[in-house]
Design a protein. Sequence first.
Length: 568
Amino acid sequence: MSRNATSPMRPAGTSLTMDVLLALGCAALALWVQRGALGVYFHPDDLISLERARGLLPTPDYGPWRLLSGKLFFAAALGVFGTDPRPYHVLNAALHAANVALLYALARRWGAPALAATLAAGLFGAARPAFSVLQQAVGIGELMAFGLAAAALLLSERRTSAARWAAAPLWLAALLSKEGVLLLPLVLLVPRAPGAWARPGAWRERLGVAAPLLATSAAVGGAFAVSHVRERAFGGEAYAMGFGVNLFHNLMTYVAWAFDAWNPFYDQPGGVSQQAWRVGVPVLVALIALAWATRDRTRLATVGLAWAGLTIAPVLPLLHHTYANYLYVPLAGLTLALGAGLEGSVPASFAARSARSRRGRRTPHVDRRVLVVAGLVVATLAAHAATSNRLLATRMARRFRGLDLPFDPQLRKSEMVRRAAEGLRHTSPDQPRRIVLYMPAESSRRIDDRSGTLRRDRALTLDQMLMFQVLDGGRALRALFPGLDSVAFAPRWTADYTDFDLCANTPEGDIVDFGRGPDAHLRLVQLMLRGPYAAVAVDHLARACEAYPQDPRLRQLLTEARAGQAPH
């Protein structure tokens, strides 16, 4: 068997120690750029997973679909981490750093020079779409799928059949974490060595490498199709699929997002963009041209593009859903294409001139091409990391006008949940068992995501109110406070809630627990009378007087409130 037909081992020219240092450097750069994710609270999707782990919400019977990253992970994490979001985010960050190092190792195993692998891993680690994965506990699915898939690909490249078949369990675990890598084994079919594409033997050898993972993907894909898991997990209009021009526009949307370097809110307001092709087409043409121009030096640019295409393909048919976290695994392919392509595009003439210049010399001489490539890698990574850091900081810092909440919709929901939990924890005299969250329609507001402003909207129903949505009808608070067995939302308080703690919230989500009994109503109404809710306060006092007729303070305050409303 020709050596060129097989996958090259780690290329010579760089010591193992240097490889380890470069991989760790890329991981450290990723952690620095993405550090803001460590301070984010739970997202609503995270809390739904915690609700299921606590038995507050039925766990759908999806069989093995996302078994590792869903049911099993959150059951174990709840027992180990509890309801503190920080360990979840620290684990995500550690997995992302490991994935960066794995991408470096995989690029080296596939024949990339150390500097090309460094560029690929560094660009991937510091890419902004990774933040959308790291800021959510449920992002563990993408992180585990990538890490397990990369480990399986590395094991597949070993030269023994036993090692290649041992990669199949890892691949199965990756698919049970997130099914987006289902088609990725096809990337193993591409011969790595330039010039090997014309030899049938090279393709047969690559098929032998890929066979265990392809068989695993076929088995899992068939099982998902037969059990109709996708229809059960993602049914309804929200996950409708189409196979027309939407595929092109969806692809262009993701390409434009991946290479956006100027807009802090590149993925807002979401949805498929009909204009993204203006950026996506030139970028895609440039990537294909780069792979073609460097084909005689490296095939990894082509491999990287194949990786990106195979991992973004499963989400392209979706008509209504475009999420930046879908870019996490495809980004590795794009950065591999860029790393290998840019390194391969530096002319080899630098090396030739260096060789001629040191003839007759006995002193060591550094290859000028290596210096040029190293300078290119350092400059590119520095600019990329600085840009990502600045845009992420801008995104996290922007707030609504007149409302102390993040402009970013996901961060906004997370912040509201955090403030609700902390407010309840700080103002409750003891651990409440039942609370009623008083939410009069007169205080409801609608948030305009485009303008960043608020406006009153009394037509909002209870289930349309953002507070109700982010708390999942109260189950989120019950997941965070195990002793809390009932959470009610009431546009109007009634005597049915006399044995509930009376709570109210600010527009930012802060929950205040006023306690129970007449004193709780007096404190709440006194606050309402100081604001623009006098009519609501009178109505509430009247209801409280009916529930507590023996308390003269309530009747006196009601008389005074009604007198204050009377025309003078």
